[in-house]
Design a binder for this molecule. Structure first.
Ligand code: ZN
Ligand code: ZN
Length: 248
């Protein structure tokens, strides 16, 4: 099947509190990630950058307004394809080697990317089988408890391994806002990737359960509040929230 060429590769949706969602509508909902842009006084924050098949800088003016701190929730292809476009690249050390030498295997492209995940092509002659991630070694490594400071807003790094070894979430205590990456979102959660560790995932979930959140902006699907947050964590810990075990 020949895919139509997309008019606009990116769409944006403005939330309250100077937070904007950027996503790729022509990648199926199971796969396209949520890229979260937060305006700050001195820096803006961009948490994840999508598949990288089109330039964020050329197509989303928002990401060029201010000096940007570009943070990777983890190294899977759906989240880090655009990181190479930005000078300030922040991530956890445990996946720095992957972003330094990304392959189709270590970024899980070979497991998930085929023509089937696209409803339109980003450009003529786009070849899903040739798709790769451009190397984007981190310029700053963060560990649990480190703070990413935008000047007027501070985000604490939570290291939450399990889905992947270097998975992080960002916690803004002043607003009780959690950017949770692929650790928890309102959809099926993946803990059987090549570098997933079940025990770590469960421990990360148990830790998160202690947070009182106002809003969770996940790495995929819709945002949610405290009641759904606890429900999703409890469902995961009960073994229900996994591929092949849909409970929706
Ligand atoms: Zn992932
Ligand atoms: Zn993902």
């Amino acid at each position: 099947m020949i895919l139509p060429i997309a008019d606009n590769w990116f769409e944006t949706r403005r939330y309250s509190d100077d937070i904007t969602l950027i996503y790729e509508p022509h990648v199926i909902p199971d796969i396209h990630c949520n890229m979260w842009h937060v305006r700050g006084r001195d820096h803006d924050l961009l948490f994840d950058t999508g598949m990288g098949v089109m330039s964020l800088k050329n197509h989303v003016a928002l990401v060029t307004e201010k000096p940007l701190l570009c943070v990777a929730s983890h190294s899977h292809f759906d989240h880090v394809g655009g990181h190479h476009e930005f000078d300030n690249r922040i991530m956890h050390a445990a996946e720095a080697d992957i972003m330094t030498v990304p392959t189709r295997d270590n970024t899980v492209i070979s497991d998930y990317v085929s023509a089937d995940i696209f409803t339109a092509a980003p450009f003529a002659d786009f070849d899903p089988d040739a798709y790769t991630i451009t190397a984007a070694p981190p310029t700053r490594l963060v560990a649990d408890g480190d703070v990413i400071d935008l000047g007027d807003r501070q985000f604490e790094v939570l290291h939450l391994p399990g889905h992947s070894p270097g998975g992080i979430a960002l916690w803004e205590s002043a607003t009780a806002t959690l950017f949770s990456g692929d650790v928890v979102y309102d959809g099926l959660l993946y803990d059987s990737l090549y570098h997933s560790v079940l025990e770590d995932y469960a421990a990360s979930m148990e830790r998160l359960r202690g947070y009182k959140v106002e809003t969770v902006h996940g790495g995929h699907w819709e945002s949610f509040g405290q009641a759904r947050f606890v429900e999703l964590i409890d469902e995961y810990l009960a073994g229900a929230r996994k591929p092949g075990c849909p409970i929706d």
